[in-house]
Design a protein. Structure first.
Length: 114
């Protein structure tokens, strides 16, 4: 079992930055894959970024060059640094972990608006 708790969401102006954090209840060293997904109102949940245990990453085309996913195994935390935010980035952002089973956090809302 892995409990995930996201934090760092909020209201930001277009062009601004936010850093989301996902704290896990256990060591993430051996978790195969951790990632961030988002769900905008009226839309399906979509992949934002994934980071594997070996450190390789995958990004959605819509966030490449603007978002960076990273992990700190010592702190059992995964981060999503978001820059050059756009109104279309507005969504609830969810942390995800895959190790035999799939685990989700409760989500943290991000609103990009002037």
């Amino acid at each position: 079992q892995v409990q995930l708790v996201e934090s760092g969401g909020g209201l930001v102006q277009p062009g601004g930055s936010l850093r989301l954090s996902c704290a896990a209840s256990r060591s993430i060293f051996s978790i195969d894959r951790m990632g961030w997904y988002r769900q905008a109102p009226g839309k399906q949940r979509e992949l934002v970024a994934i980071i594997r245990s070996g450190g390789s990453t995958i990004y959605a085309d819509s966030v490449k060059g603007r978002f960076t996913i990273s992990r700190d195994n010592a702190k059992n935390t995964v981060y999503l640094q978001m820059s050059s935010l756009k109104p279309e980035d507005t969504a609830v952002y969810y942390c995800n972990a895959v190790r035999v089973s799939i685990y989700w956090g409760q989500g943290t809302p991000v609103t990009v608006s002037s």
